[in-house]
Write a protein that binds this ligand. Structure first.
Ligand code: ZN
Length: 153
């Protein structure tokens, strides 16, 4: 499985990037996009360009059984938070390796190498959120406020 996956992606990471993200709804203050079924693609789907996000980049990733991302990479200014949605695998940061599974959340700092491999018989699906390290100020109760509006749901 690993060999077949690597053959598909060639040496160019762009081969991993699918473009199935579609804008479903757009309003003055929001954009609703979808990558569709996470089981329907291999590689990565980046959504920032579709939603117009200004604070972070979000990508959906899938790895078939036995496959790893075909390259290590490091970020200069952005930390990454990987959220494993399904499957099981191993995560490597520099020379540290640990197990991950559905529900795992891994924060990876700047200036270190990272990769992950799917070790389960089913594909691993995950979300990666990258944002500038140290940029989070207020959040939840220090940034949000309860507002009054008619519930139209
Ligand atoms: Zn990255």
């Amino acid at each position: 499985m690993k060999v077949a996956f690597r053959r598909k992606v060639n040496k160019n990471p762009q081969h991993l990037i699918m473009d199935n993200v579609k804008i479903l709804d757009r309003g003055e203050r929001y954009t609703h996009a979808s990558a569709g079924s996470l089981k329907s693609f291999e590689g990565k789907q980046f959504v920032k360009d579709a939603t117009g996000a200004t604070s972070c980049e979000i990508s959906f990733g899938t790895l078939p059984s036995g496959a790893s991302v075909p390259f290590f990479h490091s970020h200069k200014e952005n930390e990454e938070n990987y959220i494993i949605l399904s499957g099981e695998g191993k995560f490597q940061i520099d020379n540290d390796v640990f197990d991950v599974a559905e529900g795992s959340v891994v924060r990876v700092a700047t200036n270190c190498d990272r990769n992950l491999r799917c070790t389960s018989s089913s594909p691993m699906t995950y979300i990666c959120i990258q944002a500038r390290e140290g940029s989070l100020g207020g959040y939840t109760m220090t940034d949000a406020e309860i507002t009054q509006r008619e519930n139209l749901l």
